[in-house]
Design a protein around this ligand. Structure first.
Ligand SMILES: [Zn+2]
Length: 74
C-alpha cells in the first residue's frame, strides 16, 4: 500500500464519508503528530485517529492550505 504525502492543513478526501448530515468526504488536517486530528469540512467536528489508521482511511490529498478553514456552524 502506498503512503500518501500530506501536511498540516491539507484538505484530504477520505475513503468513507463522515457519518454526519452532510456526508462529507473532505476533511482538513488540523493536527499532525503521533496522532492525527482532522476536521470534517461539512460539520466541523474533529476526529482524532492514529497515523496508522489515517493512512488506511485517506484516499487522496485535495489541496494545501496555510491555516484552518472556516468551520460552518460556529
Ligand atoms: Zn461531518
Amino acid at each position: 500500500m502506498e503512503t500518501l504525502k500530506y501536511d498540516l492543513y491539507d484538505v484530504v478526501e477520505m475513503k468513507k464519508p463522515h457519518p454526519c448530515a452532510t456526508h462529507s468526504k473532505l476533511f482538513q488536517i488540523v493536527r499532525l503528530g503521533a496522532d492525527i486530528k482532522v476536521s470534517c469540512l461539512g460539520c466541523g467536528n474533529l476526529i482524532m485517529m492514529s497515523r496508522f489508521d489515517f493512512n488506511k482511511k485517506i484516499k487522496k490529498v485535495i489541496e494545501h492550505h496555510e491555516g484552518p478553514l472556516e468551520k460552518k456552524g460556529q
